[in-house]
Write a protein that binds this ligand. Structure first.
Ligand code: M6R
Length: 357
């Protein structure tokens, strides 16, 4: 039930800190160690390469998950869009582990790949919000997202839950492999939950940004570098699916290779700047688009902010920033859709779970 909320999407956005705290609880034992199915731990330890298969927002969570697994657990990861996988099946490593990320656990495109990889005899782990779902039943192992039912077609809390569980999985694998890490995932995720809460209390800011930047526009571009780019791609998906504004996420460095031709007087550009190593470069991109008439909205992170930024996110661990930085995009998309009288929870032409290939 949505209770006092006008829409499920807004309720689900607000539930994110709670979901994160639930995940921390569910994946921790009494000794404050990571609690994980020992078979999953073994499968992660045994594989020599991970193939993440997913669609839509879950695919975007996979792009971030790759960063966690490669940086913490040092296992190479490939992330594939489920519907494309079979056409161009990559050469597989000797001991692949397939990881299916799916909120619903019912996405037909992902299931088709699971059937194929099972036939080949490869182990499969499903990360899902619905443990009894098809993808969960048919895989060898399941990790639960504990996000609670997600009703709005636009995925919000499942995405942040997916990234949190992937971070925990990556750190657990690192530990199982004897890799020393100076990173306590539970402590860092608790900081993220607090940051999310702070954002949820400032919704008017995002309502204003949606009005200022998106009221009448036909298009909008998200730019970022490194992991900010992947969050931008998710921001663009959110905006297009519920507000019907044509939106795309671009890597800052790619602008000069063609995309910058799209910038006209007043084109809204939403830039994310949460990564210290690329702060100067993304700022350079912002200057380039402003010089061509763009209306730039910069969302940065505490410590990296500059005069004129539209919003400064509270500081969290650099690798976990996507779990916080997506919230402004979710809220801006929500308000942009409201301002345009769109059906936020049930956007046109879309279904909550896509059970046809
Ligand atoms: O249930 P799944 O996570 O497998 O669904 C995948 C996509 O259909 C889903 O993420 C879709 O892109 C959402 N509507 C995005 O908000």
């Amino acid at each position: 039930e949505k209770g006092t909320y006008p829409h499920f999407m807004l309720k689900e956005i607000d539930e994110q800190p709670l979901v994160l705290r639930r995940i921390i609880q569910e994946y921790q034992n009494e000794d404050n160690e990571i609690k994980l199915d020992p078979d999953v731990r073994q499968a992660m330890k045994d594989c020599d390469r991970i193939y993440i298969i997913a669609a839509g927002t879950s695919y975007h969570a996979g792009l971030i998950g790759k960063q966690f697994i490669e940086k913490f657990a040092k296992i190479p990861v490939e992330v594939h869009v489920a519907s494309e996988f079979s056409y161009n099946m990559p050469l597989l490593s000797e001991k692949p582990l397939f990881v299916y990320i799916s909120q619903s656990g019912e996405t037909a495109d992902s299931r088709a790949v699971l059937v194929q990889t099972k036939q080949l005899g490869h182990p499969a782990l499903t990360i899902t919000n619905v443990p009894g779902s098809t993808l969960s039943r048919e895989a060898d192992y399941t990790l639960h997202l504990h996000a609670g039912p997600e009703i709005a077609v636009a995925s919000t809390k499942a995405y942040t839950a997916q990234m949190a569980v992937l971070a925990i999985l990556a750190v657990d694998t690192a530990k199982a492999k004897g890799i020393e890490l100076d990173f306590d995932p539970m402590q860092e995720l608790a900081i993220v939950a607090n940051a999310m809460e702070a954002l949820a209390d400032q919704k008017e800011v995002f309502e204003d940004l949606a009005r200022d930047f998106l009221a009448t526009t036909r298009n909008c571009f998200f730019i970022g570098r490194s992991i900010d780019y992947y969050v931008g791609v998710e921001g663009a998906l959110k905006l297009k699916e519920i507000s019907y504004i044509q939106a795309e996420g671009f890597a800052g460095g790619e602008l000069k290779h063609g995309t910058i031709a799209l910038i006209e007087e007043g084109t809204p550009i939403i830039a994310l700047a949460t990564q210290e190593g690329v702060n100067d470069s993304i700022r350079g991109n912002v200057q380039e688009v402003i010089a061509r008439g763009a209306n730039a909205c910069v969302i940065s992170m505490k410590g990296l902010e500059k005069d004129g930024d539209s919003f400064v996110l509270p500081k969290v661990h650099e690798l976990l920033t996507p779990i916080v930085s997506v919230l402004p995009f979710q809220l801006i998309s929500y308000y942009a859709a409201l301002h345009r009288d769109c059906d936020v929870d049930k956007p046109r032409n879309l279904a909550k779970s896509v059970t046809v290939e």
